[in-house]
Design a protein around this ligand. Structure first.
Ligand code: SAM
Ligand code: ZN
Length: 279
């Protein structure tokens, strides 16, 4: 696939021409490459995103790959994956690790605002671009599946991100949103864990379930809502300071499997995965 075949100007939506070092539209919007990554974020938007860039520069080191961490990580990330194959957007791809669980037979495009994250993503994904989820530089009805994993809650207006997913999905395309979840127990624990970290934008938050569903449901026919991540995820988090032990992790994951079947208690999950078909 040629990337330019699916791109359009994110500012005026007209088509783009590729020059040696940039993409340019007829209205003279020019998007240059940084380290071979096309950058579709305007100067004005970059100013607004300053805090986010800084926080992600620090967060990129949190993505570990030791055995115990990956056991938990793969355990819940696999639950995001849908059977439908084709052209897939990893929207807010971070370091591009979702590609480790997306099966062969898909072409993955990764998009994120953070250059630090995209440098990592480039090692795993063929096509990566720098763009905002609220202003995707893709033509209408381009993708078969869009994964938006733990990103919507970073947006000032998450609904703008949901509308863009709807626009770039093909008819019958599938949207998967995995979001952090504000429940009674984890809300307090999460605040404690975030205490000494670089601050994200002032609008960064965690969704309550009803709020998340209320912004997705107008655009997608929701067919699956799943609560995921309990003790394994918490233990994953401790790995930032001390590498976690795989036997303890295995025990936590067995325990998590049991929790996920207990009514009410299962609602105390750290994440929710919502899947829907484009309306
Ligand atoms: C919690 S990380 C999740 C990364 C990845 N999806 C994962 O689950 O491993 C949130 C990501 O959203 C990106 N992000 C923040 N604001 C964004 C925006 N306006 N548009 C696109 N991506 C954004 C960040 O740079 C970061 O990589
Ligand atoms: Zn333009």
């Amino acid at each position: 696939m040629k990337l330019e075949s699916i791109l359009q100007c994110p500012e005026c939506r007209s088509s783009l021409k590729k020059n040696k070092e940039s993409y340019r539209c007829k209205n003279k919007h020019n998007f240059i490459f940084f380290e071979n990554i096309p950058d579709f974020i305007s100067k004005e938007d970059k100013k607004v995103l300053e805090k986010e860039f800084h926080a992600q520069e620090h967060a990129v080191g949190n993505y570990k790959e030791n055995e115990a961490y990956m056991l938990s990580w793969k355990n819940w990330k696999k639950k995001l994956i849908v059977d439908k194959k084709g052209l897939v957007l990893d929207n807010g791809c971070g370091p591009g690790k979702l590609s480790l669980v997306i099966p062969e037979g898909n072409t993955i495009v990764g998009s994120d605002v953070s250059l630090d994250m995209l440098r990592e993503a480039k090692k795993r994904i063929n096509f990566v671009i720098r763009s905002m989820a609220e202003k995707l530089p893709f033509k209408n009805e381009t993708f078969d599946v869009v994964y938006t994993d733990s990103m919507l809650h970073h947006l000032k207006n998450p609904i703008e991100g949901v509308k863009e997913v709807h626009r770039v999905l093909k008819k019958d395309g599938i949207a998967v949103f995995s979001e952090t979840h504000a429940a009674l127990v984890n809300g307090k624990l999460r605040r404690y864990a975030y205490k000494n970290r670089a601050k994200f934008s002032e609008w960064h938050k965690n969704f309550e379930k009803e709020e998340l569903l209320s912004i997705i449901a107008p655009y997608f026919e929701i067919y699956s809502i799943e609560h995921v991540s309990y003790l394994g995820y918490m233990y994953e988090g401790t790995n930032r300071k001390i590498p976690c032990d795989k036997y303890l992790m295995k025990a936590f994951l067995i325990f998590d499997e049991i929790i996920s079947k207990i009514p009410l208690i299962k609602n105390q999950s750290w994440h929710i995965i919502v899947k829907g078909v484009k309306k």
